[in-house]
Design a protein. Sequence first.
Lengths: 113, 179
Amino acid sequence: MAVDIPEEWRMTVSSILKEMDLKHIQLTDRTLNEFEALFPHASFTSDIVRSFLPALRHPLEGNPVYSMIPPGETYEFFYTHQGIKLYAKISLLEDGKTVRIYPSHRPLKGDTL
Amino acid sequence: MSENTVSIKMEVGIPTPDGTKIGYKIPVTVEGFVCPHTGETILTGDALEELDRIKAHHMGLMPPEHIGELRNRMGLTQKEVSELLQLGGKTWTRWETGKARPSRSMNILLRALWDGKLDTGYLENIARNPFTPVTLNLGSFLGKLALKSASKEQAKNPMQPNKACNTCLAANEEYELAA
């Protein structure tokens, strides 16, 4: 069952993404490929990274993901980008300064997390 | 090269000019690492910058260093150039630092400035003065259309009076009154 994603997590992740310091942002190659297929006209790293910001600015429901390795605080959630509903999973790694973005794609398992 | 770093073969998709699909792909090799736990390929700083640089180059986008040089040539601060082009507060700064890329349409404007086809004074003038469309004389336009149609009708029926002239005049009068 979805929970409110903690504001502190949203704010920390947002500020790292907004900063766009690529030393602290990690993407899987699948993330790039999925985003490029969905948004061919806007698939620079900055487009992917900035796509999450509007959703993270407001209260957001999602699921904590406990099984992630490397450890960190991870949430999965839905968000909308350019009118398309997407599934996202983002991990704030243990150092508290690095964000890892797992593939963003259209929901594959229906409308529930 | 650190213990986990590996060379990753990827393809960078270059969008078609209308941006609706990927037109072609460029094979590239970048360095990343494979997560020992999940097997996922992770890309970080240098690799992401390189992939963005290749994509921007093939899309014909002006690179960040040229955007900074262009502003210097214009003799403007980042704030001034943002105001001139009516951009959001940090947009130009992001372009200069490579943290974001201009759109293709904005890139055309930047290229025109770079090539000296537009000057700052001209842009300032446009920015200061609102767009004023050329006044369309609707009555005259309708009249011409009506005359054209009437001429065809008259050619078919030479004895018919030219009603279109009255229509034309009426339309003109109405338009002038409304204006």
